[in-house]
Design a protein around this ligand. Structure first.
Ligand code: NAP
Length: 340
């Protein structure tokens, strides 16, 4: 098999392509011949060595999701899958590899109308969105929610699922060029980040916000918190702004940006009746029941035609570094996928 390995955290040159023997599925496992693997912003942070759950795992293969065909079954792996089945799935690292050893619980059948690249684009962003909306923020029908980076991977998934939940999403995008993608994903209205950002948000949601989903992590948290209605929830799930766009960070810059992350006091939250919450979906890999609930819902919406395919940009595995460069630029819309 071919896989990308990061021996030591670093820049894009740390993404090394290796060729090795195929792994053999153990008891209760299946092997999937990967056709496509999703690329996530978190993979860049893993590559740089700042991803908490990846510390001490190097040398390692990044990647949280893939789609392909089951091509070998280990002993006692039950009857849920057979050789030749088209599947998509999630993994705690290791996705950038042409063969995956998987627990069948982390796989779902890929509907015929979805190709592998479309399927590989689903698990990470949609499990994140499901967890954020339904398990953390408990969004209700009729709620108004604000979704930052609404044309990106998780942002598009949040807007789509907010609509499924009966909520109304106001999307924020980094440039006007991304507005159409955010609307197509399900945002009811879109505002562009710029000097009038908060006036535009006030116009789009004059009654305030029931929930905000923010992976910028620095400049938008404090003004967002102020716009929450009583009982509103600010859900923080990333800190993209700590990284400079399009280039590697230098350490003093990271430290400075880390210091700029606002701190919210429990006193402030209690007296204003607003909450700040955070989560990392990678830990769902240890919570089988919770992951199953989200994955079942997402797979059902795909079968029922309720989940739209994200716009997907494809990169051959050999061009993984270019895929990372594109994500680091902050200019992409939808999802990036490696093809094998
Ligand atoms: N906590 C969790 O469980 C979890 C799970 C998945 C992802 N995440 C986080 O969610 C965020 C989105 O992930 P994604 O994979 O779906 O990526 P993405 O949204 O497709 O791309 C990242 C977007 O972030 C915005 N951005 C803000 N500051 C940036 C910077 N300094 N450099 C580059 N982009 C910047 C850009 O959009 P605009 O300019 O349009 O705002 C960019 O397009 C990331 O921060 C990721 O770490 C968290």
């Amino acid at each position: 098999m071919r896989r990308i390995v990061v021996r030591r955290p670093g820049g894009r040159s740390a993404l090394e392509l290796l060729e090795e023997k195929d792994p053999v599925p153990g008891r209760g496992q299946v092997r999937v011949r990967t056709a496509a693997a999703g690329v996530n912003f978190a993979d860049v942070i893993v590559r740089e060595g700042y991803y908490e759950a990846a510390k001490n795992l190097y040398p390692m293969t990044p990647g949280f999701e893939f789609a392909g065909t089951v091509d070998a079954l280990g002993p006692d792996c039950g009857s849920s899958f057979k050789e030749g089945d088209r599947v998509f799935g999630f993994t705690r690292f290791g996705g950038y590899a042409s063969a995956q050893i998987a627990d069948p619980g982390r796989l779902r059948p890929l509907p015929d109308s979805w190709d592998f690249a479309d399927g590989a684009a689903v698990p990470a962003v949609h499990l994140t969105a499901y967890h954020a909306l339904f398990k953390v923020a408990h969004v209700q029908p009729g709620d108004t929610v604000l979704v930052h980076s609404a044309a990106g991977g998780v942002g598009s998934a949040l807007s789509q699922q907010a609509k499924i939940a009966g909520a109304r999403a106001v999307g924020v995008v980094g440039s006007q060029a991304k507005a159409q993608a955010a609307l197509a994903a399900g945002a009811e209205s879109v505002v562009s980040r710029g000097s009038h950002l908060w006036e535009d948000i006030d116009r789009a949601a004059p009654e305030g916000l029931d929930a905000i989903f923010d992976a910028n992590g620095v400049t938008t948290l404090r003004p967002g918190f102020k716009r929450l209605r009583p009982g509103g929830r600010l859900v923080v799930y990333g800190f993209a702004e700590i990284m400079p766009r399009g280039r590697r960070p230098w350490l003093p810059e990271l430290a400075w940006n880390w210091l700029r992350v606002p701190r919210f006091s429990p006193l402030e939250m209690t007296s204003s009746n607003r909450a700040v919450m955070g989560f990392n979906v990678v830990f769902l890999t240890d919570k089988a029941e919770l992951a199953k609930e989200g994955f079942d819902a997402v797979a059902r919406w795909m079968r029922e035609g309720r989940l739209k395919k994200a716009p997907v940009s494809r990169f051959p595995l050999e061009e993984t570094a270019q895929a990372h460069a594109a994500l680091e630029s902050g200019k992409t819309v939808g999802k990036l996928v490696l093809t094998f």
